[in-house]
Every structure is written in C-alpha cells, then in structure tokens.
Design a protein. Structure first.
Lengths: 148, 148
DNA sequence: CTACATTGTTGTATTATACAACTTTATAGA
DNA sequence: TCTATAAAGTTGTATAATACAACAATGTAG
C-alpha cells in the first residue's frame, strides 16, 4: 500500500541524506563542495544568473549564495558581468577553469557512484535515475505552491 | 545505457540532498533533528547500543555521537545503562518519552512526504521506496569493504 | 607490571547556513 | 520631481553539525 511505501521513503530518505553527506565529504573531490558544484552546474547548464535568482533556485538565503559566489569568484571559477539594465545587479558566468573543475568533479563523482552501483542492473539504475529526477521536480513544484 | 543513468544519478543526488536538507530544516518538526531521529530510530528498532557502535553505524565521529547522545539524554529521550562487563561503556536505551517523540516526528515527516508525493502512483512510490532502501544497503556494503 | 588499546568526554576549529543591518540603486506615489 | 519603499548584494554575527586532538578511565596482552 502507498502508506507503507511512504513510511519507508520517509525513513530511508533520512538515512540516505546521512550516507550521501558522508560520501560527499569523504573525498573532497578537489576544490569543489556540493554547494559549489550545484552553483557551477546551474550556471553552466542553464545560463548565467545573479545571486538572487540562484538563491531562489536552491532555496538558500541570498547571503549564503553571495558567499558561495565570492568563493567561486576568488578561485576564478566564475566571473561577474554587470547588468547594464540594473546597476545593483550582475550575473555570474562560468570560466574555462570553472568548466574544467566542474567536469573533473563530475567525473570523480561518477566514478564513485559507478563503483557503488556496480552490482545494480541497467534497468535498476535507469529507474532510480528517473525517480530521483522526478522526485526533485516534484518537490520543487510542491515547494513553489506553498506559502514559503 | 548505464553510464547515462549514472550521470543522472550523480547530479540528481546532489540536488536531492540540497532539497531534502531544506525540507528537513523547513519545519523543525518539534524537538528532533535528523541526527537525533536516526539515533532514536536505531536504538528503538535495533536495540540499545553504545556511542562507539552508533558512531560506526552512522559513520560519524565518536565525539559527534557523544554530543548527540548527551542532548537526547538531556531531553530525557534516552537514558544510559552502564555495561556491567566494561565500566567504561554503557548503552543507550530509549525512554517512553523518546518513543513518543520519535513517533510524532515520523508522523510529521510522513504527512509532509505524503503531500509531496500525492500525485505519484502507488507503484512509483513502491519502486522508489525499494530502490532507496536498496541504495542505502548497497552504499553501506560498499563502505564496509573499503579502506576507511 | 607495564605498555598499549578502547570507550567516552570535552576543547577547539571549520563549514554551511540563516538572520539582521547596511549600501546602493531602482521604482512608485504624492 | 521629490520622497518613500522595494530590491540586489555584502558583511557581521549566531547557530548547528561536524571532525580532530587531548584527555581520563578502564580494559587487555606481553
């Protein structure tokens, strides 16, 4: 029944976050942490954006993203383009170095997941990938509808 | 192909952790956080255990678990039983109050997930639950084999 | 008996985060 | 047009979860 599944999901998600958190910090995979990864991925895949927009996307405080952006800028993984329309604002653009690091990081993570999932069948991996993606979309939608 | 799935999993997991982290802290669901929840669940479901054993299970530093345990003890969600064989050690036992709070917390989380997943079919929920559980078991095994 | 190992605690540092105060710039209302 | 308010970002400060190191008490093996 669906209720049973929900209870399993509820518990397993808590465990899952714990496991993934230690998996991620296990190896720092170079200079990038999960936050930086998501930021870099976002501007690399979906175009450059300002601090505010990124904070909205990731449901983080603007100040948090501001610091993450500074850190990325300091490492020269991104640079700022002033917004000609609005002199308060700017957008973050990924640099070649940033693209390179992002790629390396992705590769390192994929290697790790490949090893963890080496006994899983293709089908299981595909299904899991789809459901994870669907969950992320779902939770994003559900968040958008709610009184934040 | 499996490689493609792995790349999706790799990215979606990072997003997933971000989403879940903000989902969990969104509402503090009472007095319990994720760490406390996992600790309480562990000793409730799998019997009482000492700080060392719990740290091993969750891949946390002993000092971290020690503090979490103190915090739970202070809230009277657990109590300590000295180990008669080893006077350095003790085990943590859940109290009735602890059981109650654990239950409430589980319920609150389930309500939240139920809402997020309300449009999902029974089958999808079941499959997702199974794969999450399987992933947690897999990652646990893979960890055990490795040079920690 | 001595040396080493183990369980747990506590001090300290780090990291990711939020909130609040602030600056600069934009916009809307009188 | 002037003024009040809103918005984009930054920086100061606080908190929470974590790790590492130093330590105390106890156990174990040579």
């Amino acid at each position: 029944m669906k209720i049973d599944s929900l209870e399993i999901i509820e518990l397993e998600m808590a465990i899952f976050v714990r496991r993934l958190t230690s998996l991620s910090s296990d190896k720092k995979f170079g200079n990038i942490d999960r936050s930086a990864y998501l930021l870099l991925h976002q501007i690399s895949a979906h175009g450059c954006a300002g601090v505010k927009a990124l904070a909205d996307i990731f449901q983080l405080d603007i100040s948090t993203v501001s610091r993450q952006a500074s850190s990325l800028e300091q490492k020269e993984y991104v640079y700022r383009i002033p917004d000609p329309q609005d002199r308060r604002a700017y957008t973050l653009q990924i640099t070649d170095l940033g693209k390179h690091e992002l790629d390396e990081y992705k590769k390192a993570r994929s290697v790790r997941f490949k090893e963890v999932l080496k006994e899983w069948s293709d089908e299981e991996c595909q299904t899991f990938a789809q459901l994870l993606r669907k969950f992320n979309i779902t939770i994003n939608e559900s968040r958008a509808k709610e009184p934040s």
